[in-house]
Design a protein around this ligand. Structure first.
Ligand code: 0RQ
Length: 513
């Protein structure tokens, strides 16, 4: 019997993943742990995929609604999507099989701000949660749960699900104990109180997750690693983007608009975000803080070097080397890192109070500053909005960054009109590409268009964008945000370059229809 399951009554609930999966019926809504490849259940989803496959082989329908914290891993999203086992998925995902199923119309997907998920479930907007499947690092004698490498929506899943299945993963370092801060003070309107976080490192809650033991129907033991994907070494574009941002921040300090240690940083997922953090290692800023969603390698190094004095997140999202560094110095990191539920890590009230500096990626930005973070050609999902909206709208300063061209330089990431808008012109203050930086603060739409085209567009596409803007000034009926509406979305170079992708998606969808 595992030493990680100390509650006597729960020891008797230990069973195989297959037996636990058998407790979940078709049609159930399942809330799973997991946030950017950390802390997701490792065995139950695979066992469920087998169960679903067996039903389908007998000609019986078996589908689940799957709610998570954010993206997970091939063993969860990938495995369930592959067997066509997901009816509806929410929120953020980044799995290639899921993406393909969603874009072929075979799986429903709701893309919600990450801070909204828990409260929408509490409000009753999303229906009933039948089962929670949550990975933990251990079960204590009193039944309280030691959270694992992500917190995500676990508190809400454990509070609201009818039945709970726990995966106790002994791969997770038991010294994570004490790193988490689970806030049990959230109320529903009209009874809400201020969330008492005044500094990013503040602890306002408890170290453990609570769960009524009588709801726990199964405990499954695992010893399996998180996904922990490697990061690419920062390429030239990422380094150039990081350089522009750091120069801009220094300028803001000089102007007295930012303190010398800046304000709490939020950095999105991915290689560009990681490169910006790497750039900060040699930048002249000390005593930095972070109020963010995910702790990537870049921030870990900043903590280690003493550049960052503390950080708040909801999940680790480390490379294998980053994870080794983390566990080798876990006592050091526990003093400096707090992991919170995502409704708190991404809470608009706290983000606004602290004055967070938000830095997120984009797919396309238009010449007026509207940003598309989620869609290709307006109709196919890439990943989802994640926490970018929580941070962008409520931050002190909101950066969006991207290489100026995608797909080997064939597609311009600066377009006349964004084919889908996640962040409106009102929530976007600075756009950065390797070409340069557009500071949009205080600019009218026409002034924004000039600076975005000039500073951010790739030279290959700049003339076509200038030409569009010139003609828009000539033919647009209104001259506040000049557009030639019937050609605004069909930016010719992108339309041509995307032809193959368009046809592939259509074909996939038609085959399934
Ligand atoms: O696809 O690898 O197949 O070529 O999109 O693009 O440039 O590698 O950049 O990994 O930073 O992702 C917005 C998707 C950027 C991400 C997005 C293609 C490109 C490539 C990825 P390939 P890059 P990144 C907090 C913050 C929303 C959530 C968020 C994201 C792929 O940052 O999901 O911000 N953001 N969360 O080729 C066609 C274009 C394209 C394009 C890029 N214009 N047309 N394809 N691509 N631009 C964290 C969480 O919320 C968890």
């Amino acid at each position: 019997i595992s030493s990680r399951v100390l509650h006597p009554q729960l020891r008797s609930k230990i069973m195989t993943a297959a037996d636990a999966a058998a407790l979940i019926p078709s049609g159930a809504t399942v809330g799973m742990s997991g946030f950017t490849g950390a802390g997701y259940p490792k065995l139950l989803p695979l066992a469920l995929a087998e169960r679903i496959n067996a039903h389908h082989a007998r000609g019986q329908k078996f589908k689940l609604n799957v709610w998570t914290g954010a993206s997970t891993a091939p063993e969860l999203d990938g495995a369930l999507a592959k067997v066509d086992g997901i009816e509806l998925r929410l929120p953020y995902q980044s799995d290639p099989t899921c993406r393909k199923r969603i874009n072929a119309g075979r799986m429903d997907y709701i893309d919600i701000h990450l801070s909204h998920v828990a409260q929408h479930v509490w409000f009753g907007f999303l229906g009933k949660l039948d089962v929670a499947i949550v990975e933990v690092a251990g079960i204590r004698e009193d039944g309280s749960l030691i959270p694992s490498s992500s917190v995500g929506n676990n508190k809400t899943w454990l509070d609201l699900a009818d039945k709970v299945i726990l995966e106790v993963n002994s791969w997770q370092d038991i010294r994570l104990e004490g790193m988490h801060d689970i806030y049990y003070g959230t109320q529903l309107p009209p009874h809400r109180k201020p969330i008492p976080i005044l500094e990013s490192g503040d602890r306002i809650g408890e170290k453990y997750l609570r769960c009524d033991p009588s709801k726990i129907v199964a405990v499954v033991e695992t010893n399996l690693p998180d996904r922990n994907s490697a990061f690419n070494a920062p390429d030239e574009n990422s380094q150039a983007i990081a350089g522009h941002i750091l120069e801009f921040l220094s300028h803001e300090v000089k102007k007295g608009r930012l303190p010398e240690n800046l304000l709490p940083l939020q950095s999105g997922v991915g290689n560009v975000a990681n490169a910006v953090m790497a750039g900060l290692e040699d930048a002249p800023f000390e005593n930095l803080t972070a109020y963010t969603e995910v702790m990537q390698d870049g921030m870990l190094h900043l903590l280690r070097k003493g550049k960052l004095i503390h950080a708040s997140a909801t999940a680790l999202s480390l490379s294998p080397e980053g994870y080794d560094e983390f566990t080798s110095n876990l006592d050091f990191y526990r003093e400096r890192l707090v992991l919170r539920p995502q409704e708190i890590s991404n809470h608009p009230e706290v983000i606004r109070r602290l004055g967070v500096i938000a830095m997120n990626g984009l797919i396309e930005a238009d010449i007026y500053g509207n940003v598309n973070s989620t869609h290709i050609m307006g109709t196919s999902i890439m990943n989802g909005i994640g926490g970018s909206g929580d941070f962008a709208r409520n931050s002190f300063l909101s950066f969006f960054m991207t290489p100026s061209a995608a797909k080997g330089g064939k597609i311009s990431c600066i377009v006349p009109m964004a084919s889908h808008v996640d962040h409106t012109e009102h929530d976007v203050q600075v756009i950065v590409t390797e070409q340069g930086l557009a500071d949009l603060r205080g600019l009218s739409p026409k002034a924004r268009a000039k600076v975005i085209i000039q500073n951010c567009a790739h030279p290959t596409f700049r003339p076509a964008l200038k030409e569009y803007y010139k003609r828009a000034l000539e033919y647009s009926p209104g001259l506040h945000t000049p557009h030639i509406i019937d050609e605004a979305l069909g930016f010719l170079p992108n339309w041509m370059a995307n032809k193959a992708a368009r046809e592939a998606w259509r074909e996939d969808a038609v085959i399934q229809a």
